[in-house]
Write a new protein. Structure first.
Length: 410
């Protein structure tokens, strides 16, 4: 019955009324066996057509008007087909769209009463014929309207059930992911954090107990202590993110990179894009080397994915610009292109799943990703807010951390 719901859509009421009026005009001109309509018929028909069009969004008023015109036609005309059809169709529209069932039955009673007034004083046989005629004039539009109304309601309920089921599945999926993240967080804390904290503590004790060490050995101890403290800080931040199901959306990967290696990793991502043919202008703040591991990895993955998208959509001969700056601890990141390249044959490897993956990664860190056209090209940008680093048991100067080589994106 889906076709019936589309045929009698509320947005097409005016079109249905207009088609009904045109049918009435055709009946007056060609459907009376060659007999021309009288002036009274034209006047009453014109009034019925006008009321139907003017009140097409007010079915109750339309029915009252059509019923009144039908009552007049029954007194003045021998052929009341136009007014009967107009009143019956008004009842159909009212049945489909009335808010309260009581309105429908009162309207049907009104129309039946008007029709039966034509049989007052007639012989019993004609009265019986008039009552039987009500099945066509009142019963058919009433039945059809109720069928359409019920079909529409069943469709609405089915859509609501489907939406509720979809929400339930999504809720179960989020709960399962949250449970998994909580389990990972517990394992990270119970296994990794315990051993790292133990090593940092022992190195700190060794620094104070062994007072006659070679200065070079002392520098090694200091470096190990600072690196372990920094690792604990990053680990605590990862555990906090994993344990907060409301703060984690989707399946955004939460991996880390040594902060001092981030500038080199960004340079490598830019070089790969240039090797694919994209002209990239990079303006990277040197302060990115002091970012925490989580935001550092986010900046790297966003850059890789954005430059990949430039090559895919703007073309390998496009011009792109990368801007990364650190202002009051917040990371301002932006990639834009001129959109004038050609379709590429190969693109550099990316770091996620398009804009959806980029947006999830940013939202995990409390930011908001915006993407859209600018001029002839495209621009994507975000601000990763400043984070308060967890207290560590010792200094973690950037210069004391050992540099590592950034890995390629998965």
């Amino acid at each position: 019955m889906g076709w019936m719901g589309r045929l009698f859509d509320a947005r097409d009421t005016l079109a249905r009324m207009l088609l009904l009026d045109l049918s009435g005009v055709g009946y007056l001109l060609f459907g009376r066996g060659g007999r021309p309509p009288t002036v009274t018929q034209w006047v009453l028909a014109g009034l019925a057509f006008t009321v139907a069009l003017a009140l097409h969004r007010r079915p109750l008023l339309n029915l009252i008007g059509q019923a009144a015109l039908l009552a007049v036609a029954l007194c003045l005309l021998s052929d009341t087909t136009i007014n009967q059809v107009g009143a019956s169709y008004a009842l159909l529209e009212l049945t489909m769209w009335a808010r309260r069932p009581r309105t429908i039955w009162l309207a049907a009673g009104l129309l039946a009463t008007v029709d039966l007034t034509d049989s007052i004083g007639d012989p019993l046989r004609r009265v019986a014929s008039g009552v039987f005629g009500l099945t066509v004039e009142v019963g058919v539009p009433l039945l059809l309207g109720l069928v359409i109304r019920t079909t529409r309601e069943l469709g609405r309920q089915a859509a609501e059930r489907a939406a509720a089921e979809q929400r339930r599945r999504e809720s179960e999926s989020r709960a399962a992911r949250a449970d998994e993240r909580s389990a990972i967080a517990r394992e990270l804390h119970d296994v990794v954090a315990h051993h790292v904290a133990s090593m940092v503590l022992r190195v700190g004790v060794a620094r104070h107990v062994l007072t006659d060490l070679d200065p070079r050995v002392g520098e090694v101890f200091d470096d190990v202590h600072a690196t372990g403290s920094a690792a604990l800080t990053d680990l605590r931040r990862l555990v906090a993110v994993l344990r907060d199901p409301d703060g984690v959306r989707g399946d955004a990967a939460l991996t880390a990179i040594e902060p001092s290696a981030l500038p080199a990793a960004l340079d490598a991502a830019v070089d790969r894009a240039r090797q694919a043919g994209v002209t990239v202008e990079a303006d990277v703040d040197a302060a990115v080397g002091t970012l925490d591991a989580v935001r550092g990895m986010a900046v790297l993955r966003l850059t890789q994915e954005a430059l990949t998208n430039v090559a895919k959509h703007a073309g390998t001969s496009a011009r792109a610009r990368l801007v990364v700056s650190v202002v009051d601890g917040a990371v301002h990141w932006e990639v834009s292109d001129n959109g004038r390249g050609q379709v590429p044959t190969a693109v550099p490897p990316g770091g996620g799943h398009g804009l959806a993956g980029m947006r999830e990664r940013v939202e995990v860190l409390g930011g908001e990703l915006t993407a859209g056209p600018t001029g002839t090209g495209w621009r994507v940008r975000t601000v990763l807010p400043a984070t308060v680093a967890a207290e560590s048991s010792g200094p973690a100067a950037p210069g004391q951390r050992g540099a590592t080589t950034a890995t390629e994106p998965a």
